[in-house]
Design a protein around this ligand. Structure first.
Ligand code: AMP
Length: 559
């Protein structure tokens, strides 16, 4: 059974799988569209609707419609309230995931079990965890969380060679991925070299996307409407009116991608206005939003330059909002690069499916070798004897009905990435008091394993408090108030007898999924010490259980 790739987007989501010919294919669900709006309507306490139906109903029942939930991922406090129930961001997202799974089953007939879900490259630890949690709530085994620009690059690498994934073409290519979706913006510099995909630098803003363009336009439309109808209520003062206005704004924005001008009809409070709009007007009123994406792009190029990138060979345009003509025009004007726009809505899901296939093949080849006693359990495939590996590749290729060369290439692809934020601990500095000590730095290549030693602050210290912090903003400040506390833990019951400055070894480990594992060890005590880490930032176990229960009850009632 294959691994599905899911692009869990801010405004739209998509699910893809590898077809019989080994190509990634986006699955079309019941509604006949390859993408599904990431919108949930809580119709009653027991009933919800996901996708286009929810989006349409948004006009009638805006208070029960949850949109842009991806912007809330990682915010442990946030809840969406509907019909007396509270939903966290992972819980709402899980409903979108379940709906995608149902679409995939409709299209392919196979139940969805294992998945790769994509996230923006700049998503931090909490947001990635929340995404995994959404997958778990949906009942999936989450094989991996993959950065969206990597997924886009994988899909591009695959398409470029018509199946010969990253096999030929220039030996080394530097690609700038400009991803402007509905609610998030990501700029990433990626290097494709041999069979390695490395993220060299990332920048992004998850409060910036097509929805902001819609808002600006909606504001303009409301002003025009009010000017034409001074006695009528401002549509923005009414929740149904403003939802309708935003939808009209989005439609007008789409029209202005294809045409230089359009007309919008706004009917509200018994009044009507026909408003003329031109593409130039749209570009003028959203110039500062566009500027922000250009500034972030400039910053990512500067960061890549620091890592030795002198030239960008390609510009990939990803995300539905990249279709706006201003995007390619401005990028060309500013950076002299001609953007390539190929299925901007689908390439991320396709790349996720390719990555899922790679993970699945790796798993099958490893399992084959382990069963035959040719590889230790959990050992890396690189430890296998080349002859054994080749034989296993052939057996797996056979069972997949695919050329052995494809399986080999899939397995050989390596994905390197970087962290988007620094991670560290709060430690007592003899001169400045409590300060952030950074172990992991922004743009450092993954996987990461860092160890640093600290000293206890007094003799006979019986416990050590550990506060793990995440960088906030661009610079890694040492001031604790500039950091965000991720988790706190405590090594307790350290026996007396150890002097001040006794070594405490802290290890940070992060894999490609971006999940941070922290261990702390009091070395001189030379005994197992328990580290209990309480996450104040993510959902508590009680929250998880309650929500699972709530989801199951809703599902039972719906079935
Ligand atoms: P995504 O999250 O990548 O699916 O992107 C969705 C965003 O792309 C939404 O804000 C859409 O309004 C926007 N979008 C989709 N098609 C177009 C288009 N033809 N012109 C302008 N924006 C578009």
């Amino acid at each position: 059974m294959g691994v599905y790739g899911i692009d869990l987007g801010t405004t739209n989501s998509a699910i893809a799988a590898i077809d019989a010919d080994g190509r990634p294919e986006v699955l079309v669900g019941l509604n006949g569209e390859p993408t599904v709006p990431s919108v949930v309507l809580f119709a009653s306490a027991n009933d919800h609707v996901v996708g286009e139906g929810a989006r349409r109903q948004a006009r009638l029942d805006p208070d029960h419609v949850c949109t842009l939930v991806k912007r809330r991922m990682g915010d442990a406090e946030w809840r969406f309230g509907a019909h007396g129930q509270l939903w966290s961001a992972p819980a709402v997202s899980s409903l979108i995931l379940k709906s995608l799974a149902a679409d995939a089953e409709f299209a392919g007939g196979e139940p969805v079990r294992r998945v790769v879900i994509t996230v923006p490259a700049y998503f931090g630890d909490e947001e990635r965890r929340a995404t995994m949690q959404a997958g778990t709530y949906a009942g999936f085994d989450v094989a991996g969380v993959l950065s969206e620009p990597i997924a886009a690059a994988l899909s591009y690498g695959f398409g470029r060679l018509d199946g010969g994934l990253l096999d030929t073409g220039p030996a080394r290519e530097t690609v700038l991925v400009y991803d402007l979706g509905g609610g998030t913006f990501d700029a990433t510099v990626i290097e494709l070299a041999d069979r390695r995909i490395s993220v060299l630098a990332v920048e992004g803003d998850h409060q910036l996307g097509g929805a902001d363009w819609d808002e600006r336009l909606a504001l303009h439309l409301s002003q025009k409407f009010c000017a034409a109808n001074p006695d009528a209520e401002d549509p923005l003062d009414d929740s149904v009116g403003s939802q309708l206005l935003v939808l009209a704004a989005e439609q007008a924005k789409h029209d202005l991608t294809a045409a230089e001008s359009t007309e919008v009809v706004i009917a509200h409070d018994g009044a009507r206005a026909i408003i003329e709009l031109t593409r130039t007007e749209l570009e003028t009123m959203t110039a500062s939003l566009m500027r922000r994406t250009l500034d972030l792009t400039k910053a990512v190029l500067a960061a890549a330059e620091q890592r030795g990138v002198r030239r960008v060979d390609r510009l990939l345009l990803v995300g539905g909002s990249s279709r706006m003509p201003m995007v390619a025009e401005q990028l060309h004007k500013e950076f002299g690069l001609a953007g390539e726009l190929r299925d901007p809505d689908l390439s991320v899901a396709r790349g996720a499916a390719l990555y899922g296939e790679k993970l699945e093949m790796e798993r099958l080849v490893a399992a084959d070798l382990v069963t035959r006693g040719r590889l230790r359990d959990h050992a890396d495939l690189t430890e296998a004897d080349p002859g054994d590996l080749e034989a296993a590749l052939e057996r797996v290729a056979d069972s997949f009905g695919q050329p052995v060369g494809l399986v080999r290439r899939m397995i050989e692809i390596q994905v390197d990435t970087v962290v988007s934020r620094g991670f560290g601990v709060l430690a007592l500095d003899p001169f400045s008091g409590l300060a952030a000590s950074w172990l992991v730095h922004r743009n450092q290549t993954l996987p990461i394993k860092v160890r640093r030693s600290y000293g206890t602050v007094r003799a006979d210290q019986d416990q050590i408090e550990l506060t793990i912090v995440e960088q906030q903003g661009q610079a890694a400040s040492t001031r604790p108030e500039d950091t965000k506390v991720l988790v706190e833990g405590r090594i307790r019951d350290i026996p007396p007898g150890y002097p001040e400055g006794s070594e405490v070894r802290v290890t940070f480990e992060m894999g490609f999924d971006g999940v941070l594992h922290v261990t702390a060890y009091h070395v001189d005590a030379d005994m197992p010490l328990t580290l209990s880490v309480q996450t104040g930032a993510t959902l508590s176990q009680a929250d998880v259980e309650r929500e699972l229960d709530q989801l199951q009850r809703t599902r039972r009632r719906n079935s």
